[in-house]
Structure formats: structure tokens, C-alpha cells
Ligand binder design. Sequence first.
Ligand code: PA5
Length: 331
Amino acid sequence: MSADSFIALVERFPEHLSEAKLLGAGVKVQGVDKVVVAGIGGSAISGDLLKVYCSEKAPGLHVHVSRGYDVPAFADSRTLVLAISYSGNTEETLSAVKAAMRKGAKIVAITSGGKLMQQAEQLNKQVVAVPDGIQPRAAIPYLFLPLLNVLHNAGLIPDPSAEVSAAITSLKAAAANYKDRARSLAEKLVGKVPLIYSSDRMAGVAYRWKCEFNENAKVHAFSHAFPELNHNELVGYTKLNANYYAIVLEDEADSRRIRERMRLTREIIGNKGIPSTQIVIKGEHLLTRILSAVHIGDLTSVYLAKLTGVDPEPVTIIEDFKKQLGKVPFV
Ligand code: PA5
């Protein structure tokens, strides 16, 4: 895929959400009261977004994102393990499925194929099959929306369908505006190290921005959350060792105190010579705000790639790493 085709793919995020909105609607799981999302990288981020969503929609629900070879010790027969691997061939996720089996957890796989699809079929587990042939991180609509449908069917969250439709409508209407904002922010980020800050509640969204800068623009980027960052990261502005640019993601539902922290932090780091942009995330529903913030970040990262002459699509260094590790016996 050419760089421009990949950028066009990222720009079609709202259309992909439309295509994905019924994925997972046929999956039925009963008798569960907690959720583990097992995955890594571009597949795991959907679990982080689910956590953000559930913080408002099902505040009592325990949602844990497990990025590794195992599942947490609390996993049991009343735990729903959503194993997400876009390729279906990620060793950590395949291992986590085995661990979930040993715990007697209920397992649903979300994948475009590979060993995870085979493993799930052999074990007679339900599978959400997603379209193949794109980068895992670009498949986020197909990996995230099924989580909402599966959790709703399991009786863990309210019906998300009206909010999903509202989010898609809102994102389509704002498409041109988001592209303009992303282009203008990307111009400011050339030669900078992006630092993305949000409230603790929205940390999953800030982390998505970080990973998109890493994988699309091929630069270092870091995310952190308020209030915690005021108690450590802020001190790093005393002795600057890189060309930073802070991006503050303010959700309109963030508390007044958090917004005050954002304002004061920008003022303090501005006085140290660090430029920043505050993006206020607006929308009637939390889901609209999560998805619009993700979309603006994705766009910014691919536009930054374009501006710096980088092909946003391939992640050769990850693939090479996996190949080299694959030569070492997995015991
Ligand atoms: O974005 C990427 O390519 C990676 O972060 C992958 O998502 C990660 O390596 C895991 O692969 P998969 O999503 O296929 O399980």
C-alpha cells in the first residue's frame, strides 16, 4: 500500500466504524461478571478504549487489559477473556488464551485469521472475524466495536447501538474540520517529541496517540495523565533534554480541578519554552468523544509522517524483531 493510500485509509475511519458496528452482535456469553482483554500493541488498545467507555457506562465492571503471556490471577470461570490479535499470530496472545483455558474462563477471540482463529475453532470458542489485509492499528474500528456488542450481549453494559450511530454521524460531519486541525497540529510537531497528556480517565486515548506517533510517524512520543504527571513528569521540564511539544487532551467532562491542572501545567511549561496545544474533546456522548479524539490523533500522526517524508504504513522494525525472536525456541 502506498503512503497516500494508507493515509486515505486512516481518513476513512468513520466509514470503517459504520462497517464494524454490528460485528460481534451474534456472540453470546453468559455467567460472567468481569472482563479481561488479552492482546498487545495495536490489538490491545481497543481494551484501553473499552476501559475508558466502561468508566462511565459500567463503573462497577472490572475491565483489565492484559498485555503479556498470561492472564491475571483473578481470572476464573466468571471471567470473560476477549483475546484480540489482529494477525492471529502473536505469541503473547496465543499464550494468554492457553492460560485463560487453564483458568476455565469464557473466551471470545477477535482476529482476522492466523493461529488464533485455528486455536479458537479447535477449542470451540466463539470468534469475531474481522477484515484482513490492513495494519492492526488501522483496524481499530473492527477490533473495538465488537467489544461493546459482546459486553452488551453478556449483560455487562447498556445497549451501545444508539451511541455508536451518533458517534459515526458526528465523525462524518466533522471530517473536514478534524483533518484541518490534524494538519495544523502536525506542522507544529515536525522535529519535536510529542508528549500527550490527558486526565487519568482518558489515559487510554492519550496512549493511542502515543502509539500512533510511534508507528505512523516513526518518532518517539510519550503519554501521561493528570493528576499523576504533576507529581513527577512536571519536574522533567527543569532540565530539558529534547525538543518537546505537549498536547493536552481535555475531555469536556473532565473535572474543573483537572482542567485547572491542565491550564497551570501549560502555563508553567510554556514559561520554560515548551509549546503546547490543548485539544478540547466535545460531543454529547462519551463514545463520540473517545472516537473523535482517537481519529484526530491518528490523522495527526499520518500527516506528520507525510510532512517528514516517512511512509506511515510499514512497521518493519517490529516485523524484524518478531522474526528474530521467532528463531529463539519459545519454552
Ligand atoms: O501495531 C502493530 O503492528 C503492533 O503493535 C501489533 O498490533 C502487535 O505486534 C500485535 O500484533 P497483532 O495485533 O497482530 O496481535
